[in-house]
Every structure is written in C-alpha cells, then in structure tokens.
Design a binder for this molecule. Sequence first.
Ligand SMILES: Nc1nc2c(ncn2[C@@H]2O[C@H](COP(=O)(O)OP(=O)(O)OP(=O)(O)O)[C@@H](O)[C@H]2O)c(=O)[nH]1
Length: 262
Amino acid sequence: HGRVVQVHSERVINGFPEAFSKQARIDMKYDFDPRIRQSCLGDRMSSVSLKICKMIIIGDVSVGKTSLVNRFCKKAFDKDYKATIGVDFEVERFEILNTPYTLQMWDTAGQERFQCIAAAYYRGAHIVTIVFDVSDINSLASAPKWLEAAQKENKGVEDLLVFLVGTKKDLLTPQAYKEVEQEAIQVANKINAEYWAVSAKTNENVKEFFFRVAGLSFEGTVLRELEKRQFTPVSKIGDGVSIQLKKEKLSSPRRSKSQCCN
Ligand SMILES: Nc1nc2c(ncn2[C@@H]2O[C@H](COP(=O)(O)OP(=O)(O)OP(=O)(O)O)[C@@H](O)[C@H]2O)c(=O)[nH]1
C-alpha cells in the first residue's frame, strides 16, 4: 500500500486536462469532479486500490500509431516506417491529484494480415484511440469500422472512452488542415469520440492528448470506485477508515460491466 513507485515529475497532473476541440469533446466540464478532488487530495484514494486503465490504439496501416506512442513514451521520432507485428505494449505511470495512476498502451498493427492477432488484445479496453492520418482522408473514413471492431471484442461495455486522433498535422498547411478538421469533427460526433489533431514529428499536442486521456479515464475510475464505496457498509467516504478492495491481476482478461479499471 501507499506510493511505492516514484512518478516522474513530467507525469504529474493536478489541473483538469483540456479538450482539443470545443466541437468534439467527450464531456463539457472544466475541472475534476469536486468529489474526486476532495477524496484524492485528502489522500484517501491512493492507498486503497490500484488504478490501471487499458488503452488500445487502432487504425489503418501506417497512419502513425507507433510514432504517437513513441513520441510520448520515449521522446523519439523515427521517419522510417517499421510495421508493427501484432501488438506492442507500453506503460506510463502518472500521479493525478496525489494518486498513482497507470495507463497501459496497446499499440496494435494496422496491417490486415496481423488483424486477428491484434484483435485478441482489444479485450478489456477502457479507452479506444482510433488514429487516422490527416493527409489521407481514406484513413478517416475507416474510423467507424475500427470502432466496431473494438466494440465487438468488448460487448456489453457501455463506458468505453473513445478518441479520434488525426496525426501528421505537420504535413498539411493550416488551410488544408482546417478542411480535414471539419470532416473529422463530423465523424467524431457520429461515433461519440473526442477529436484531437497531433504531430509525432513536431510533438504538437502529443503530451496534451495523453494527459487528457489520463485525466478523463482516471476520473471515470475514481468516480466508479466512490460509487462502489457508497454501497459498502463498512466504510463511508470521509470517515477515515481504510477499506480493503480486492486487487485484480494486471493480466485479468476482462472486467465486469461496472468495475472498469479497479
Ligand atoms: N510527417 C510525419 N510523419 C509521421 C508522423 N507520424 C508518423 N509518421 C510517419 O509515418 C510512417 C508510419 O508511422 P508508424 O507510426 O509506424 O505507423 P503505424 O500506424 O504504427 O503503422 P502500423 O502499426 O504498421 O499500422 C513512418 O514513416 C513515420 O515516420 C507525423 O506526425 N508526421
């Protein structure tokens, strides 16, 4: 119990991470839920349960999925394309409102021939990031198909957080980008996703995007935990009593419908 892993100062989140676009955002809030601030900063959340969310990163071949993850996790950009074979895995540890939080990132292959391997890793996702290339409009048109594939492996899960991320923003002029953005926002709204545009090459919006993912998924996790505790007779929020929640193994194949991330 307690904070055993030191989180890098670059991964500390105290303010509520903002959305990229007012026209295609998942929520309309500008701050963490007050109940979350109260319980996290009062240090009542951190010792109780492990907060881990699983994000899958999907999308057409060569749109820039691996580059996006590598820019954030390794601070690197490789201009040469190396196909992802099946799936790659990265972990980032955050500290959000004094509370340790882990984001697992499953970077999957876009190539058709690796699809059946990759799809096996969609299961148990809490966050779905669909990536497209802003300089290739066909890759945007594929977004609904990718979401369907993710939903197929997560049947009955109602609270998937979905992001639609346009990459390679550096390749377009501002005017050309604006035109793509209009279409992307329409697609995002249609599939209930939050829209972002980034460049792994220039690092534009990369950190902001991952912070937003971490912030929103963390909030969802903590709120569910608080709700669950309200139904736990031995302890109420604020009474200072520590309760034991069962930790699930990292490799747990699926969560139940309402127990995301715990
Ligand atoms: N200019 C530019 N090129 C990028 C950007 N992101 C990725 N690329 C390039 O696009 C190509 C494909 O990038 P990857 O990250 O390997 O694409 P991927 O989606 O992971 O590919 P698969 O996993 O095989 O589907 C590489 O040559 C990258 O250098 C970007 O933001 N700007």
